[in-house]
Ligand binder design. Structure first.
Ligand SMILES: NC(=O)c1ccc[n+]([C@@H]2O[C@H](COP(=O)([O-])OP(=O)(O)OC[C@H]3O[C@@H](n4cnc5c(N)ncnc54)[C@H](O)[C@@H]3O)[C@@H](O)[C@H]2O)c1
Length: 358
């Protein structure tokens, strides 16, 4: 069963990447990190597809549930979709997947700073484990064409210098190898290097996604990423707390657009290549985002929301936090026909509804 609260969004994504989803029907697909934000939407997309088509996507969904088992997973099993409690660092007794989507890795800065070693392990040792298993399977099947999608991050660019914003895939990055964010940024960078070399040396079809600030249903309220954080504080205190001067800017990409982009990379991405997935406008400051969310809640309800700038109790909260982040998405648009279309207003409204703010 899929989550009917996001039916419209699932339909949007399935329509957008219909041809690509059709190509993976009848094949076995492994999704790691299914219990997370992107995993929630992707698992629901596969279930939605299977409910509406005769040719099924055969999925194994795995997670170690290090942050707890989400409720939606109860009763999600079906003939073609099964869950496994599995850590990507562990051995695999059986490995026969045509498609691997490796999304297991803590993504929230709040949580990867709590679990830095686990974060690096999922992106380096876990990734290597999956690549080796995939190589064995591919060789056993006499060079069967398999696909492997690694989730990297926009964080591999670090804090880009102004002339490289909007940032293209060719930018090398401005990143620290130590400090509170390095466990994430550097392990994603090394993960990409692993993928690039396995693709070239072992002749494997490995592609890389670099997500830029996705948001929407499925992002846990206590996740620590900005939109869920603002929604949580509106729900709890009718207040939005900003733990900066409000100046850093981001662009935000709604989940239904982003997931279509990832499926397009999986199926049509070029081996060894990386693709930015996000939106290139509007690039807005955290203060502007707070004002937008405040106005939206005040328009839709009788609640009055205040905005407060505060200093986080976490002394490292802003250390190495990129000042501006905005992708250049030309490569995915031209080569993969990626075309995000959900406006920030529309996406925020759906997200706040999903959080029960209104
Ligand atoms: N959502 C975004 O905007 C965004 C941005 C940049 C990168 N990414 C990347 O996309 C992927 C998915 O992101 P998300 O937002 O869903 O993250 P998330 O933190 O919501 O979910 C990650 C999931 O991975 C699982 N996990 C962690 N280590 C594991 C392990 N060793 N074995 C098995 N499962 C493990 C966690 O339990 C969790 O359910 C991650 O690789 C992340 O770094 C996401």
């Amino acid at each position: 069963m899929h989550d009917i609260r996001i039916e419209q969004d699932l339909q949007h994504t399935a329509t957008n990447c219909y041809r690509e989803l059709k190509q993976i029907t009848g094949q076995k697909t492994l999704l790691t990190g299914c219990g997370g934000f992107l995993g929630f939407f992707m698992s629901n997309l596969f279930a939605y597809w299977n409910n509406n088509h005769n040719e099924k996507i055969i999925c194994t969904l795995q997670d170690n549930f290090m942050r707890g088992t989400p409720k939606w997973i109860d009763g999600f099993h079906s003939d073609h979709i099964k869950f496994e409690l599995h850590d990507v660092l562990s051995n695999y007794d059986r490995f026969d997947f045509h498609n691997i989507i490796h999304a297991a890795s803590v993504a929230s800065p709040t949580f990867y700073r709590k679990f830095p070693i686990e974060t690096m392990d999922a992106n380096v040792i876990g990734l290597r484990n999956l690549l080796e298993n995939q190589l064995l399977f591919q060789n056993k099947k006499r060079n069967l064409h398999t696909r492997f999608l690694f989730f990297s991050s926009s964080e591999i660019y670090g804090d880009p210098v102004p002339e490289f914003i909007p940032t293209k895939e060719t930018y090398w990055g401005n990143v620290s190898c130590t400090g509170p964010r390095a466990c994430y940024d550097e392990s994603k960078r090394y993960g990409e290097t692993l993928c690039y070399n396995f693709a070239n040396v072992k002749n494997m079809h490995i592609v890389i996604a670099r997500p830029f600030n996705n948001y929407g249903p499925g992002l846990k309220l206590d996740d620590g990423r900005v939109i869920s954080d603002f929604a949580k504080s509106i729900k709890r205190n009718k207040t939005i707390q900003i733990f900066s001067d409000g100046g850093p800017t981001r662009t935000f990409c709604y989940i239904s657009d982003a997931i279509a982009g990832y499926i397009k990379i999986l199926v049509n991405g070029k081996a060894g290549e990386s693709y930015n997935i996000g939106t290139d406008k509007p690039e807005i400051s955290m203060l502007e985002l707070a004002k937008m969310m405040k106005n939206m809640v005040e328009d839709m309800t009788t609640v009055k929301v205040s905005i407060k700038k505060e200093i986080s109790k976490d002394k490292e909260y802003l250390t190495h936090n990129p000042n501006r982040r905005c992708p250049d998405i030309t490569k995915a648009k031209l080569n993969l026909n990626y075309s995000p279309s959900v406006s920030l207003e529309e996406g925020l409204k759906k997200t706040l509804e999903w959080y029960g703010v209104f």
